[in-house]
Design a protein around this ligand. Structure first.
Ligand SMILES: Cc1ncc(COP(=O)(O)O)c(C=O)c1O
Length: 382
């Protein structure tokens, strides 16, 4: 059996598959088993911000695995200690401690539990069209019947309100509200950028009512939107969830917490959370992001990309939106055929809902590569 047949035969079929077998990646390029080259505008859904196959991360992982790959956090470890210090030094000042885990959903699970433990309250408010992962706690915060319905009953205490609408959000707040969880840019929900004024109002409301603000930057973190964390362009959270590109492609998540977060010892732990292997990869990856000024690069290239996309004259385009290198092209039709046509023209892009093409290229993409993507898009959307 070939690769496709083996995967189709032996794996639980929960992923909508594309009909290619990817075998190799370098920088912003991916290669399939037939040797065809693609420009990556997906970054494994926002994971590969530093590009594929980075030598420095490879070296860090190799050396750390031979030194000490795993070390449960009941023991101290110097690599984890250095990463904790580095992350806290780079994130907004309100955030002073970190909990390490292994994925975005796990970071959201942790954040939900931490806010309940810290406030003694049970209610969380999330946004319609929000996406926070698919484990049971995170799934309760994620919007969408198609995700939730097969797995009911959902965790109680979650309310959803329209995104970017302060009136509706404030009406949903009660004495029992522990936290509000939001994305600054809804990724899966269609690349919808929230208003800064909205987030400022949310921040004020949280301060007045003693509610904790969780910002989910699993997709927007680590330079994607033009700053290391998107919240630098909006407001400071009490808890910041990150994952995806934190460790150069090695699984890792983290919850960065303000002093308001107080959690009993032993109440929340993770075997692999903060493993020296992932921490070494994260330290190397952060070094690259900061040293190579990838956030600035995302801003400059993102402005160029968005400008060129907005200049495309096409009957099919409803709106182009985004921030940095997180870009959505909303069409007046379903995007499936366009995503397929892009792939046939050497570009791997994502969907965000039925009608939005989502582009999340590695931040190391070159302007020439962006021009190739633009040519493919112009051809397809003509
Ligand atoms: C904003 C956001 N939060 C959480 C998640 C879940 O992350 P993971 O798939 O690592 O569990 C995602 C994944 O796409 C995401 O975009």
């Amino acid at each position: 059996m070939n690769t496709k047949e083996l995967e189709d035969r032996y794996e639980v079929p929960v992923y909508p598959r594309r009909d290619i077998v990817l075998v190799r990646g370098k920088g912003a390029r991916l290669y399939d088993d037939r040797g065809r080259e693609y420009i990556d505008c997906a970054s494994n859904v926002g994971v590969s911000n530093i590009g594929h196959g980075h030598e420095e991360v490879a070296k860090a992982i190799h050396e750390q695995y031979l030194t000490l790959g795993n070390c449960y956090s009941m023991f101290y470890n110097p690599v984890r200690a250095r990463l904790a210090e580095r992350l806290i030094s780079l994130c907004p000042p309100r955030l002073r401690r970190v909990f390490f885990c292994n994925s975005g959903a796990e970071a959201v699970e942790g954040a939900i539990k931490f806010t309940r433990a810290s406030t003694g309250k049970g209610e969380i408010i999330a946004a319609m069209r929000g996406f926070h992962g698919k484990t049971l706690g995170a799934l309760a915060a994620t919007w969408g019947e198609e995700y939730q319905k097969p797995f009911t009953p959902m965790m109680p205490g979650m309310k959803h309100v329209p995104y970017n609408n302060f009136q509706k959000l404030s009406e949903a707040v009660s004495e029992g509200t522990a936290a509000i969880i939001l994305e600054l840019i809804q990724g899966e929900g269609g690349v919808r950028v929230g208003d800064r004024a909205y987030f400022e109002q949310v921040r004020q409301l949280c301060d007045q009512k003693g509610i904790l603000l969780i910002l989910d930057e699993v997709q927007t973190g680590f330079g994607r939107t033009g700053t290391l964390f998107a919240c630098e362009q909006f407001v400071e959270p009490d808890l910041l969830c990150v994952a995806k590109s934190i460790a150069g492609g090695i699984p890792m998540g983290a919850v960065l917490c303000s002093d308001a977060v107080k959690v009993p010892v032993k109440s929340h732990t993770s075997t692999f959370g903060g493993s020296p292997l992932a921490c070494a990869a994260a330290l190397a990856s952060l070094e690259i992001i900061v040293r190579d000024r990838l956030p600035e690069r995302a801003r400059t290239l993102g402005d160029y990309f968005l400008g060129e996309l907005r200049a495309i004259k096409s009957e099919k385009i409803r709106e182009v939106r985004g921030l940095g290198l997180m870009i959505g092209i909303e069409l007046k039709e379903k995007v499936g055929p366009s995503i397929q046509a892009l792939m046939e023209n050497g570009v791997i892009a994502l969907l965000a809902g039925a009608t939005v093409i989502r582009l999340l290229p590695p931040l190391v993409i070159t302007r020439e590569e962006i021009d190739l993507v633009l040519s493919a898009l112009k051809k397809i959307l003509a």
